[in-house]
Design a protein around this ligand. Sequence first.
Ligand SMILES: C[S@@+](CC[C@H](N)C(=O)[O-])C[C@H]1O[C@@H](n2cnc3c(N)ncnc32)[C@H](O)[C@@H]1O
Length: 312
Amino acid sequence: MLTPSKPPCATAARNTSAPSPALGEASMPPRKHDSANPVDRAATGSDSIDASVPNAARVWNYLLGGKDFFPADEQAGEQMIDACPTIAEAVQANRDFLGRVVTFMAGAAGIRQFLEVGPGLPAFLWNNTHHVAQNIAPAARVVYVDNDPFVLACARALLTSKPEGAVDYVNADLRHPDAVLNAAAVTLDFDQPIGLILLGVLHYVPDDAIVCGILTTLADRLPSGSMAAISWAAVSTPPVNGLQAALRVLQDLGGPAITTRTPQTLERHVTDAGLQLLDPGVVPCTWRPELDLAQTPAAALCCCVARKSPKR
Ligand SMILES: C[S@@+](CC[C@H](N)C(=O)[O-])C[C@H]1O[C@@H](n2cnc3c(N)ncnc32)[C@H](O)[C@@H]1O
């Protein structure tokens, strides 16, 4: 856990190649603060970190079994788990979906460029988008975009590219998609297919019309042959036990509001944006699983992968 004098990025810094430990497994000793490290210097004493209220990226990090959270984030995470016992499994399933979909995009689909908005704090240093993509294609180029400066500080310090490829870090807001695209164009070639990754981020945008506008703007500028992977907090049938209560707890503690939407809404927005859903459509975070579907955790998030058809 972080203390207000201990900066983010502790977990990821010590998890360079290990496979993901089970949630709650004993962890290695905390990394020592290093005043020569720009992230540590930036984080310590900064007034832009408010440790007293739960934060989107830090609560997610707690639920993923990371260590980059403050007591307020841990308290929120624990109360969310009390309200919705399957929530940590769902967040982990969402992360596993990231690994599978980037493997699919960089592998079978041959995509060499990725734009990820809302990557969060890296809980481990082996399963983030550029790790997975550059493992398959070392020259892959990845742009991470977030509107939390400390997520970006951690990304800059810890999510470094293989020499053959490139990784860039952009401070921008998804609600201004043109700014996101313009910044990404510094690193990515918008004449070649791009893998757009929007996992667990659109549910922070409450207005459906704005979500639709964001997806349409992004999809319009993506080159033909590009793909988009999207997940968000879901209203599923039957409802996930305690999910709404867990999200209320987070908000009551001063954390971000999360809007749940149906899988049908995700399908509609994707289709309206001019993208074609790939099989099996919008599903819980079981998209093309190696797992036995019967063992899939509850559907607190739903996800899909869609494609922008090549021009005829
Ligand atoms: C819950 S975390 C998701 C982490 C990761 N994508 C995953 O699914 O495991 C949400 C991330 O989205 C970022 N975020 C939230 N709203 C955003 C916005 N409007 N623009 C850019 N990033 C945003 C947060 O700072 C955080 O890093």
